[in-house]
Design a binder for this molecule. Structure first.
Ligand code: HEC
Length: 205
């Protein structure tokens, strides 16, 4: 304990104390450690009050009131994320009747063309003439030429022959639109058409 500093010097353990601060010196002394009782800066005090107000609001809203729990917030975020994901169809197929009634709809065919240009050109050619995959404009089909056959093959693919399953990446509407588009290029006889493959299909619809 060293109480002598207080009375006769301007130093406190080697630290200089300004004469203006002397009045602020508290009388306790912890093993030579002294304290100046400075007034806290205004901004600091207001920050403290703000955190107090915030904590009252926070506990009121989240703990007592109607504020969402972390689980509810998570569920909300997950719903938002799910909504942003592209629609999936996981192999689900459009109804045969709605498929047939959609044929000939030009706006559906145009949308189907957009999907086709994004996903199918690489293997079936820009006009459906066929490259790696078969010609989609002729009357010959390996897996059947009925709209339901086409929809099914597009959805489930023929993975062992290099045709990917598209169902998981297409909404039922997009799948229908693709079938409508493929139907619309039937008989278009594009340049460079690939030789016929499969059986001749007689459309009766
Ligand atoms: C990676 C190449 C590839 C892509 C991309 C591809 N296909 Fe195919 N597709 C094939 C191959 C190869 C076959 C032939 C499968 C067989 O021999 O059984 C085929 C077959 C088909 C058939 C059946 C043809 C028949 O004669 O029965 C349809 C319909 C078809 N594809 C539509 C599509 C559509 C629509 C898309 C785009 C969403 C698409 N394909 C994308 C490679 C592809």
């Amino acid at each position: 304990m060293n109480n002598s500093d207080k009375n006769n010097t301007n130093t406190n353990g080697g630290v200089e104390i300004f004469s203006t601060e002397k009045a602020l010196l508290l009388d306790h002394n912890y093993d030579g450690i002294r304290e100046l009782d400075h007034v806290l800066p205004r901004w600091w005090v207001w920050l403290l009050y703000a955190t107090i107000v915030f904590s009252v609001w926070y506990s009121g809203y989240y703990m007592l009131g109607s504020g969402p729990t972390p689980e509810q917030e998570l569920a909300e975020e997950m719903t938002r994320i799910e909504a942003l994901k592209p629609p999936t169809n996981a192999g689900g197929l459009p109804e045969a009747a709605s498929l047939v009634s959609a044929l000939g709809d030009t706006s559906r065919a145009n949308h189907g063309r957009e999907v086709y240009l994004g996903k199918c050109v690489a293997c079936h050619g820009d006009h459906g003439q066929g490259t790696i995959g078969p010609n989609l404009t002729d009357e010959f089909w390996i897996h059947g030429g009925a709209p339901t056959d086409v929809a099914r093959i597009v959805a489930v693919g023929v993975p062992e022959k290099g045709m990917p399953p598209w169902g998981p990446l297409l909404s039922p509407d997009e799948l229908t639109d693709l079938v409508v588009f493929i139907d619309s290029i039937k008989g278009s006889n594009p340049a460079g058409a690939k030789a016929a493959q499969g059986e001749k299909y007689d459309a009766k619809n």
